[in-house]
Design a protein around this ligand. Sequence first.
Ligand SMILES: NC(=O)c1ccc[n+]([C@@H]2O[C@H](COP(=O)([O-])OP(=O)(O)OC[C@H]3O[C@@H](n4cnc5c(N)ncnc54)[C@H](OP(=O)(O)O)[C@@H]3O)[C@@H](O)[C@H]2O)c1
Length: 318
Amino acid sequence: MSVNDITGKELSMRVFITGASGHVGSALVPELLHNGHQVLGLARSDESAKRLTGWGAEVVRGDLHDLDRLRAAAAAADGVVHLAFRHDAMQAGDLAGAAESDLAALRAIGDTLAGTGKPLVSTSGTAMLADVARGRVATEEDFEPAGGYRVDAENYVVELAAKDIRSSALRLPPITHSRLDQHGFAPTLIGFARRHGFAAYVGDGTNKWSAVHTLDAARLYRLALESAPAGSRLHAVQDEGIEFRTIAEAIGRELGLPTRSVSADEAPQYLGFLAHFAAMDVPTSAARTSELLGWQPTHPDLLADLAAGFYFTEPAVG
Ligand SMILES: NC(=O)c1ccc[n+]([C@@H]2O[C@H](COP(=O)([O-])OP(=O)(O)OC[C@H]3O[C@@H](n4cnc5c(N)ncnc54)[C@H](OP(=O)(O)O)[C@@H]3O)[C@@H](O)[C@H]2O)c1
């Protein structure tokens, strides 16, 4: 499907994507190209540039910190998808620095697109809803007013609607899974289980995580780019809420390892930088997103992907 104008004529977009070489990008670039769009992807290394050209995308060489480069690429595009995130900094404990770079990049893109009516789809996470929707299923209408993990960036993007940008913020669940996933939270949990000889969960493990297949998430990014109303908050969620203990049990089963509860104090030892996330309870609905954009997940759910075995054929990072 592609975008049509009021006369029904097909419109294809030239889309600038940051983070195009990453896990979600590896699904989104082909999704856009197969649907008639052109892709201009940011690449900070020869290796990333090679991946992009291999998929048929054009390359803009540069780092997320090269704000002039981001401005120029955004100006040359019909729409922007922002996926890049400094996960290296986040994993080294500098979440604040990573979040700051994220917001700075979005401000550079937002300043450039202001007044153009062009679409900007940014990325955030359902994890930010843990407090605001405590004790119930989180929806697209929930948001944190200020502060917190990626909250300011999401609110900034939503407010860009007032500057004539067709902006939307797409929230990914903690686990976005598929054969394309090399270093997301699923392979990271598998890596920790391998390292410690058991799959850990925190407390009684009844806290819930949501999940989505990468290919379904990529389709939602495309739909958002093509037609999300300005200022939308969207949820790429297939599994509304799986108990964390069930995820740990699935990992333990596939690895032939036991599953064990750890206390909140022990969690950093066994779950590393994921300790805080592992204790989160964030069941999340995508009902409004489905209604708004006609998005329905069609790919395997998390437990099916874990049972398919491909996550366990190679030692995972952790
Ligand atoms: N996957 C999930 O389960 C999940 C869940 C919630 C939220 N998210 C968010 O979704 C977005 C995409 O995630 P992903 O799984 O695709 O991440 P990923 O596989 O780690 O890819 C990150 C992308 O960002 C690029 N990048 C990182 N630092 C950069 C820098 N300093 N300059 C330029 N590019 C840089 C990487 O480039 P290189 O290829 O050169 O490294 C890569 O293209 C991120 O914002 C992530 O936080 C993901």
